[in-house]
Design a protein around this ligand. Structure first.
Ligand SMILES: *Cc1c(COP(=O)(O)O)cnc(C)c1O
Length: 369
């Protein structure tokens, strides 16, 4: 069997008619930028996360750096961020003029809350990016209240967490804003790039709207230096179509994850993902932990035709691009470094067939026999 890590072709094939129709409407209408579908998509997305505002932009990375700019991050301002994530969680801080301060992770691969609390308490940071990694959220309410009391902003990097909740609340409810990505690999993926800021703060939404188009505050008046980061109408139209399936696709993901969990429960030396209290896990990624068997297990699965990936093989604190441009919290990022050597992601997408999941679990079992 050949099971690639991702199968975007299947998703398109299953929804081809509706997606093609959405594209045609945009091309026929001619408003390829700032078309009506962008607004419609923003409304649908805001409703999905139970917030008032969504501001669609060119990518999740732009959503992050625009929000930090909107919150007035000063040049050289320090922003705490996890050391285990996709590079954009931290590079966006540098784009916005700040300095990333890397924090180690806990057993759920999320930023250590005690470290964040210390940083808030000592007021040695200007902001926090809370990354909801792999599809589950970090606790937000308490940390946001503590940060806000000290004038420290909090942005949620919810690029991997659309659909997830903590204490029944989706991202964006207690922080200044949450940022979502519609990169093709994400749970709702564009046919290209796309992202959005979602927020309960009207002032924040207005500022981001202004920044995403050259800082234009009124027609022809540019009140500050902005970006050109618009979501293309054709992407919004297709995302609007895909967003309808968020819940259905989520159920498929959960049932695949449950089957992986079952299989792993009987295997020695592998650990299934843990879910923190009050969390739902959307399994944007299904990340198991295989200790020092990881590389051999990867090789075994590759030989069996199963595509896997490592998220992430190098912690951000060790990425060359941040050398000299970032700091590491006192105590280091050892747990993130350990995770980087031991984690392995299995294929998980709604279109994965039953017999494919069965084959993957069978091959996992064979490795230990
Ligand atoms: C994908 C991702 C981003 C960046 O989103 P893009 O749309 O690819 O720019 C940021 N943070 C995390 C955690 C991501 O997974």
């Amino acid at each position: 069997m050949d099971i690639p890590f991702m199968r975007l072709d299947r998703q398109y094939a299953a929804r081809k008619e509706d997606l093609d129709a959405a594209v045609e409407t945009v091309f026929t209408g001619g408003r390829v930028l700032q078309g009506p579908e962008v607004r419609l998509f923003e409304q649908a997305l805001a409703k999905t996360v139970e917030l008032e505002h969504a501001v669609a932009v060119g990518s999740g990375t732009d959503a992050l750096s625009l929000s930090m700019r909107a919150l007035g991050l000063e040049p050289g301002g320090r922003v705490a961020v996890t050391s285990l994530s996709f590079v954009a969680s931290a590079s966006s801080i540098i784009h916005a003029g700040g300095i990333p301060l890397f924090v180690d992770v806990d057993d759920y691969y999320l930023s250590r809350l005690d470290t964040l609390e210390e940083l808030i308490e000592s007021q040695t940071i200007d902001g926090i990016i809370l990354v909801h990694l792999y599809g589950q959220m970090l606790e937000t309410q308490d940390i946001c209240e503590k940060a806000q009391a000290k004038g420290i902003f909090v942005i949620e990097d919810a690029a991997q967490a659309l659909g997830a909740t903590h204490a029944d609340k989706p991202p964006g409810h207690f922080s200044d804003a949450a940022c979502i990505s519609f990169d093709p690999t994400k749970v709702i993926g564009a046919f290209g790039s796309g992202g959005s800021i979602v927020t309960h703060r009207k002032d924040m939404a207005e500022k981001c709207r202004c920044l995403r188009y050259h800082g234009q505050s009124k027609k022809g008046i540019y009140s500050e230096i902005g970006y050109n980061s618009q979501m293309h109408t054709v992407q919004a139209a297709m995302l609007l179509e895909k967003l309808k399936y968020l819940n259905t696709w989520q159920e498929h993901r959960e049932s695949i994850a449950a089957r992986y969990n079952d299989a792993i429960a009987s295997l020695p030396k592998i650990q299934a993902p843990r879910i923190a209290e009050k969390n739902t896990h959307i399994y944007h990624k299904y990340v198991l932990r295989a200790g020092n068997d990881r590389d051999r297990l990867l090789e075994h699965l590759t030989k069996a035709g199963i595509g896997t990936a490592i998220h992430y093989a190098t912690p951000l604190s060790k990425q060359p691009c941040f050398s000299g441009k970032a700091e590491i919290t006192h105590g280091g990022c050892h747990k993130a470094e350990e995770a980087a050597n031991e984690v392995l992601s299995l294929p998980i997408y709604p279109e994965l067939q039953d017999e494919e999941v069965a084959y993957i679990t069978e091959m996992l079992g064979k490795f230990f026999r």
